[in-house]
Design a protein around this ligand. Structure first.
Ligand code: ATP
Ligand code: MG
Ligand code: MG
Ligand code: MG
Length: 572
């Protein structure tokens, strides 16, 4: 590739709405251009990254025995009615009508269509197991599309669906996909963690997420550094996380999670790397559309100096059961600090701070008090609530935590992959059966497996960037090597060396671009540092006089000089 014949359009400034590094840098580097909220054009440079991600996924999926097909983006509503998700899926499902007023959806995922394929195509146990996958555009009308490709409305996903004769075989298919995902994310060069996860609107009984570790991640992961326990925090029905007001970065965590016994009553000191903390638990009176007022509790999360989230705790089990609010004196005596005051947020008013805590990750609890003293109440909004779990806060804050359990650490992650054991959730509803060896029909057992292809590009940048731009792992880089000749048109020696080297590297199968734009070195270097090409080879007259060219790895602080005749041999 010659840069002069390619499309390169870098920008000095990122759009103001771009809050995270990946969104800012992908826009500045000209990798994406916004068409509408959460809808982007993948520009040539960005598309190269996506194709590389896709190819690694495709190779490993093929290697796992999965078979590629391609299902439609526009799907008939009938299948979604049959599975029950036409009703259940909610506003993220974009429903459209054709000219005959027939209902369709833009697929957010493809369980319905693939189960329809399976029931029509598979008749005998001899055809099982089978695992179909595709890499296709998805549409989810996200409530809050943001962060560029990280949470788009239109995005690219690899989704696979396995069909088996029984639950045991289906578990083997699940394990095979789990192992395949470990290989995929390993090859992508990302720092990731597999965690136990909630099954959400997809349904099913068992699931794991693959999370890229990054401070900007929207998910909170809980893990025990000494064991293999790792879970998305949303998994626990009532994870009562309690953190002591302590020195910055230190906190006691207490969990009570009936579904995650390993996680129970563990206490530890949390490291300074914690990024989001609950600053305040805020009581607000919210005015409803019909004029009614409702009392709600909000958790104000902060990262560094700025507010990152305001979580509304809609169901207040503890308060509904007669807990009263803590008084200011109680807060002061318990936490050793005065509650701060926050101005009204949005339409809510007035706002009263119940507790102002410099604590870590108390995302799932609210504070309250009852007649016996100060209590905390575990809540988990969005699910049926279990009985609130209460405990005497003073004991936890000032006493010794229970010694059982182990350490529990928390970090943020970006969900890039998700595997689900579905069982017969869809196959039963859509009647996907086959004939067993005894000639009797049996219901197929399913699993489904997603990977966010476009989200991976963003996650890789969140994990690998500096103030100058992106730093791609080689496997994902739009180009592996850039040759920057200084004085391309002026110096015959420079032009000749650059062109020869370009040819040699191409012959070796290196994905190389020659920057023949004849731009000033500063401009060239800034562009390629922003774009994040892992290796830059600079060829200038001065170096050539000494018989050397300059090699600069994007990750390294300093460059090396390599004799001209050796550059093609140097491993890039
Ligand atoms: P999230 O919790 O981030 O909303 P999800 O759990 O709804 O994701 P899944 O249904 O598990 O997503 O879809 C499989 C994969 O698709 C996810 O692991 C993620 O990598 C990707 N994905 C989901 N929603 C989006 C989105 N809005 N933009 C980009 N990628 C997405
Ligand atoms: Mg989602
Ligand atoms: Mg999720
Ligand atoms: Mg998921």
């Amino acid at each position: 590739m010659h840069a002069s014949q390619y499309h390169i359009n870098t920008l000095k400034e990122a759009p103001t709405e771009a809050e995270v590094a990946s969104h800012q840098l992908m826009t500045r580097a000209g990798m994406i251009r916004k068409a509408a909220g959460g809808i982007y054009t993948y520009m040539p440079m960005g598309l190269r990254v996506l194709r590389k991600i896709e190819n690694i996924i495709r190779q490993e999926m093929d290697r796992s025995g999965a078979i590629e097909l391609l299902m439609p983006v526009v799907q008939p509503a009938e299948l979604w009615v049959e599975s029950g998700r036409w009703e259940k899926y909610g506003d993220e499902l974009l429903r459209i009508k054709d000219r005959h007023q027939r209902d369709f959806v833009l697929q957010p995922t493809s369980e319905e269509v693939i189960t329809d394929i399976a029931r029509n195509e598979i008749h005998s146990w001899r055809q099982l197991p089978v695992n179909f996958y595709h890499i296709q555009t998805k549409f989810r009308d996200e409530r809050r599309p943001r962060f560029g490709l990280m949470r788009g409305r239109e995005f690219t996903m690899k989704d696979a669906y396995s069909f088996d004769r029984n639950a045991e075989d289906a578990q083997a298919s699940y394990d095979n996909m789990y192992a395949t995902y470990m290989r995929i994310f390993g090859r992508l060069g990302l720092n990731f963690r597999a965690v136990a996860a909630d099954t959400g609107s997809i349904g099913g009984s068992r699931s794991h997420e693959f999370q890229v570790i990054a401070d900007t991640g929207e998910d909170l992961l809980v893990y025990n550094p000494d064991t293999d326990y790792a879970a998305n925090i949303e998994l626990a029905p009532a994870p009562c996380l309690l953190a002591e007001r302590a020195a910055p970065g230190q906190a006691l965590v207490k969990t009570a999670t009936p579904d995650a016994p390993k996680c129970e009553l563990v206490a530890q000191q949390l490291g300074l790397d914690l990024t989001a903390t609950v600053k305040s638990v805020v009581l607000a009176t919210e005015v409803e559309e019909d004029g009614q007022t409702k009392t709600t509790v909000h958790l104000l999360l902060v990262r560094g100096d700025h507010e990152v989230n305001d979580i509304k705790v809609s169901k207040l089990a503890g308060f509904e059961k007669g807990h009263r609010l803590a008084t200011e004196e109680e807060i002061v005596s318990t936490f050793g600090c005065k509650p701060g005051y926050l101005g009204p947020i949005g339409t809510r008013q007035p706002v009263q701070v119940i507790a102002d805590l410099t604590v870590a990750n108390m995302s799932d609890f609210v504070c309250g008090a009852n007649e016996e003293g100060f209590h905390y109440t575990g809540v988990n909004w969005g699910r049926d609530l279990p009985e609130p779990i209460t405990a005497d806060l003073r004991n936890v804050v000032h006493g010794d935590p229970a010694p059982e359990g182990g350490k529990l650490a928390i970090q943020r992650g970006i969900e890039v992959g998700h595997v689900f054991f579905l069982g017969d959730v869809y196959s039963k509803k859509l009647n996907a059966t086959f004939l067993e060896t005894d000639g009797k029909p049996a219901v197929m057992q399913m699993g489904c497996y997603g990977i966010g292809v476009s989200r991976i590009a963003a996650a890789a940048i969140e994990q690998n960037h500096d103030e100058r731009g992106m730093i791609w792992p080689r496997a994902l880089a739009p180009f592996e090597v850039v040759i920057c000749p200084i004085g391309f048109t002026k110096s015959d020696a420079v032009r000749q060396t650059a062109t020869d080297l370009y040819k040699q590297l191409r012959e070796q199968g290196v994905d190389v671009i020659l920057d023949d734009r004849d731009a000033r070195p500063g401009i060239m270097f800034a562009d390629w540092e922003l774009i994040g090409v892992p290796l830059r080879i600079t060829i200038g007259e001065r170096g050539l006089k000494e018989g050397v060219v300059e090699m600069q790895a994007r990750r390294d602080a300093s460059s090396t000089h390599v004799p001209v005749e050796q550059i093609a041999q140097v491993s890039v």
